[in-house]
Design a protein around this ligand. Structure first.
Ligand code: SF4
Ligand code: SF4
Length: 429
């Protein structure tokens, strides 16, 4: 199976709606019709391969149920490339070390590692459970001590993942292996509703998993933003530190497929917390990306970086045109990747989740910006060697059944925990 196998392309009417409505290319009718025909036939589509930002928006404009032009484009883009750059593996949870998630978790304090260890156990049956993915685990101490999230049992073993990075960076096999691992472990959960700390996990579990991969989780799903809005709407949360700024909302690319059910609570929450919001020219079904996925188009790091920067510049221009220099983002990726370039444009990026939790009374002792400094440090350290490698067409398989990491507890007296991750090798405690 591959990305484009989720759709029956014989159903495509070559109406061109997908590419005519693309917020990046806005093709004319004839060009759009010809391009989609070429893509279906497996032929090169140079303009798409050069400009598509892999934002998912075109999926919303297709009038045929079940067709996903984004997935067709992603598949053809990958086929047009001789191999995938080696550095991509560094970002995929489950690949043989070095992997960025091992690197950043390994620098945590013993107390934080103890929390991750606790989150690796299947919790007691409950109505709701908070799922914490790769990025959220870096904030484990604040999540564990959160007043707002205190009522939710937590689950987030460091070797499980929603598969977003594997999927989006172009390894279908790594995505399939990752979700199979996660599904196997999720099968032991006895819950009614899974609350996803990260919007990307929510999108991948609620949309890509059933609509592309063809499997469904056996419980309801909700994003933490929606969960928080439920609480605020019922007056179950008290505003302690109102937000007093004006910002333009920059939605992540998956928001267009999640629709108003996701983007309205985002805005209502921010406004209820006191912030004034401005809209970008492109938003909702027409949103533009933070540029990160444009990197997938290119086979080398420098070209990828400039592809990303080109999209980020457009975003910053829209923020300024909206009348502010503050950009509020809901996705960790939209916070991390623009943080390489925002200062050059005088743009301040605000991570909505962190600000909302603080507004309703939580303390953030390890802000996402600090986590990302750590990530950037590791990327700078690992990247030179990774860039020396020639890419590969196939990535190593991720084991589905066996745990990838092992943890040895030195003493029963927490928090003295020896938390070691050693991909695919045995550890003697
Ligand atoms: S994925 Fe986004 S940029 Fe690419 S064709 Fe679709 S709408 Fe356009
Ligand atoms: S993928 Fe959908 S929107 Fe695009 S040309 Fe085919 S039928 Fe039309």
């Amino acid at each position: 199976m591959s990305y484009s196998d989720c759709s029956d392309w014989s159903q495509c009417q070559a109406c061109g709606e997908c590419l005519m409505n693309c917020p990046v290319m806005r093709m004319g009718l004839e060009e759009a019709k010809e391009t989609i025909r070429r893509l279906i036939r497996g032929e090169a589509a140079p303009r798409v391969f050069e400009q598509c930002t892999l934002c998912f928006n075109c999926n919303n404009y297709c009038p045929v149920e079940g067709l996903r032009p984004h997935e067709l484009i992603q598949q053809r883009m990958l086929e047009s490339r001789a191999c995938s750059p080696e550095y991509i593996k560094y970002f995929l949870n489950g690949m043989p070390a070095p992997v960025i998630w091992h690197d950043v978790y390994s620098e945590m304090s013993p107390a934080e590692k103890a929390i991750l260890l606790k989150w690796s156990e299947i919790p007691a049956p409950a109505d709701e459970l908070l799922w914490i993915g790769c990025v959220g685990r870096m904030s484990c101490r604040d999540i564990e001590q959160s007043k707002i999230l205190g009522q939710l049992p937590k689950y987030g073993p460091p070797d499980l993942c929603c598969g977003e990075l594997a999927y989006r960076m172009g390894s279908w096999q790594a995505y399939a292996d990752t979700v199979e691992r996660t599904l196997q472990r999720f099968a032991d959960l006895s819950i009614k509703r899974l609350v996803c700390y990260c919007g990307s996990c929510y999108y991948f579990f609620s949309n890509i998993l059933p609509n592309v991969y063809g499997k469904k989780l056996p419980f309801e799903l909700i994003s933490l933003y929606q969960w928080l809005w439920e609480k605020v709407a019922k007056h179950e949360l008290v505003l302690e530190k109102p937000l007093t700024f004006t910002a333009a909302v920059s939605e992540s690319c998956y928001v267009s497929e999640l629709g108003p059910e996701f983007w309205e609570p985002l805005r209502k929450l921010y406004q209820a917390a006191g912030a004034s919001l401005l809209e970008l020219e492109h938003h909702g079904y027409d949103g533009m990306t933070c540029g990160t996925m444009s990197m997938v188009r290119k086979g080398n790091f420098t070209a990828s970086f400039f592809s990303m920067y080109k999209e980020q510049r457009k975003k910053y221009q829209e923020v300024k045109a909206a009348g502010t220099n503050q950009m509020a983002v809901n996705c960790p990726g939209c916070f991390l990747m623009p943080s390489f370039t925002n200062a050059f444009h005088g743009i301040r990026i605000r991570y909505m989740l962190e600000e909302l939790l603080q507004a309703y009374g939580d303390s953030i002792t390890r802000p996402m910006a600090e986590n990302f400094r750590l990530m950037r440090k590791w990327v700078a350290k690992r990247m030179p060697r990774l860039l020396l490698h020639k890419g590969t067409r196939e990535f190593p398989r991720i084991p589905v059944a066996e745990p990838i990491y092992e943890y040895g507890i030195k003493s029963e007296d927490m928090p003295e925990v020896d938390f070691r991750m050693n991909c695919r090798s045995k550890i003697t405690a």
